[in-house]
Design a protein around this ligand. Structure first.
Ligand SMILES: Nc1ncnc2c1ncn2[C@@H]1O[C@H](COP(=O)(O)OP(=O)(O)OP(=O)(O)O)[C@@H](O)[C@H]1O
Ligand SMILES: [Mg+2]
Length: 249
């Protein structure tokens, strides 16, 4: 059965899209069927990270009734990840903000992608904070991954999210991201776990080599042997362990 994993953060720039893109290629390289949906219509990222050209059919086009969600899922890269970009033209943002859309189309899209591609994992990227797309993605999640930096302000919205996630009854996990060298990671972990009421699946260091890539390539492809990639793999093994199928008979 597919697992829907949503990456969320209270504030922007915590490393969600980076982590999601790396998880996607590493999961797919293990042979899992993976799709990713960029629900961040305001500030899309995944089309750029995965090198998708402009003008391709997107989530926004689907929400505006211009294409089917199946047409918006593009196979990107050698690992075979399917990507639904948030939007690939600036004009569609103004249009969707003016017209709105039927919010029920989002969960329908997630269900159709899971069924159509017989997915093992559906990864949903979100805009920071709470908006329609983010809350709808969270409502579809089996697992909500909250990405926080060691910065105290990242914990500010914790109460709100913990309450919302409690109502949604999905599993919750934390990832501490961009931990600076020398920071007291156990203190950070304890503070974040206390604030969000979730266990920490991993702590990702701040890696200058990643920042220097400037979004040109996905880190796990560019530097497969870097210790950060090993950390991504550890997080995957905690969050989305492979399901061992029991042979029939
Ligand atoms: N572990 C890391 N070490 C150093 N730089 C990182 C790390 N993770 C991400 N970055 C860099 O930080 C920036 C923000 O990352 P990213 O876009 O993934 O964050 P985000 O949470 O998706 O942001 P937004 O909220 O705007 O969607 C990017 O330039 C990325 O390359
Ligand atoms: Mg992002």
């Amino acid at each position: 059965m597919a697992r829907t994993v949503v990456l969320y953060s209270h504030r922007g720039g915590t490393g969600k899209s980076t982590m999601l893109a790396n998880m996607a290629v590493l999961l797919a390289a293990e042979g899992r069927r993976v799709a990713v949906v960029d629900t961040d219509i305001q500030s899309p990222t995944l089309d750029v990270l995965f090198g998708l050209g402009p003008g391709e059919c997107s989530l926004t086009d689907y929400l505006l009734g211009r294409c089917e969600i199946e047409d918006a899922a593009h196979r990107v890269g050698p690992e075979g990840v399917h990507l639904v970009p948030a939007r690939t033209s600036p004009a569609s943002l103004a249009e969707i903000m003016a017209t709105g859309y039927d919010v029920g189309l989002l969960p329908e899209a997630f269900d159709r992608l899971v069924a159509g591609h017989d997915l093992d994992v559906l990864l949903l990227d979100t805009h920071a904070g709470l908006n329609n797309e983010t809350v709808t993605a969270m409502a579809s999640a089996d697992l909500l991954v909250i990405v926080v930096r060691t910065d105290r302000i990242d914990l500010a919205g914790a109460g709100e999210i913990a309450r919302l996630a409690g109502q949604l009854a999905c599993r919750r996990a934390l990832v501490v991201s961009m931990a600076p060298e020398g920071v007291d990671t156990s203190a950070v972990r304890a503070r974040a776990e206390d604030a969000y009421g979730a266990a920490t699946a991993g702590i990702l260091p701040y890696v200058g080599r990643l920042a220097a890539l400037g979004g040109e390539r996905i880190f796990a492809r560019a530097h497969p042997d870097d210790p950060l990639v090993a950390e991504f793999r550890k997080i995957i093994s905690v969050l989305v362990p492979p399901v061992h199928k029991i042979p029939a008979g």
